[in-house]
Design a protein around this ligand. Structure first.
Ligand code: ATP
Length: 141
């Protein structure tokens, strides 16, 4: 039992580390809290709450794993290297995919409930988000 509480305290330490050092994690946590409050207020059903929870946790888990990858690469290879850049980009891509999934879930569930939007709007907004990100980043270069 002592071993379990010790492991738990390490996990909580990690959680504080990612929350305190990663601005994106803080923003994602704020969105997560907002979504849970809205889910409560709208009295969503069992499967809607589970979809929202899945989407939120996927983003937070992948942001944590992405931070882990960044830290590990900075430790193993602190100097500039194209392969390190690609590895870090892949971690960021995983977060982006999860974020897109969470947008689709939010549009389908909240959009459907609040504005009566059909579920297909989720797909349209999800694709528009990805296109916007790709073209936005191209324009910046
Ligand atoms: N050592 C490196 N070699 C090549 N490219 C790198 C290297 N480190 C970072 N990059 C590039 O810069 C991007 C951002 O990396 P970085 O580690 O700064 O992530 P970040 O999300 O800005 O991290 P944080 O905000 O936690 O410091 C990477 O996705 C990669 O494209």
């Amino acid at each position: 039992m002592r071993k379990f509480s010790k492991s738990l305290s390490f996990a909580i330490k990690g959680l504080f580390e990612v929350f305190n050092t990663q601005r994106n994690f803080k923003i994602q946590t704020a969105f997560a809290l907002g979504a849970f409050v809205l889910a409560f207020v709208l009295d969503l059903n069992e499967s809607q709450i589970l979809w929202i929870t899945l989407a939120i946790l996927m983003v937070l888990i992948l942001e944590t794993v992405n931070t882990l990858i960044e830290r590990m690469m900075d430790l193993i290879h602190p100097h500039f290297s194209p392969i390190v850049g690609i590895i870090k980009d892949l971690g960021a891509a995983a977060v982006l995919i999860a974020a897109t999934f969470s947008i689709v879930v939010a549009i389908v569930i909240f959009g459907g409930r609040i504005f009566n939007w059909p579920p297909k709007y989720g797909i349209i907004v999800g694709i528009a988000f990805i296109v916007f990100i790709i073209f936005g980043s191209r324009l910046k270069k």
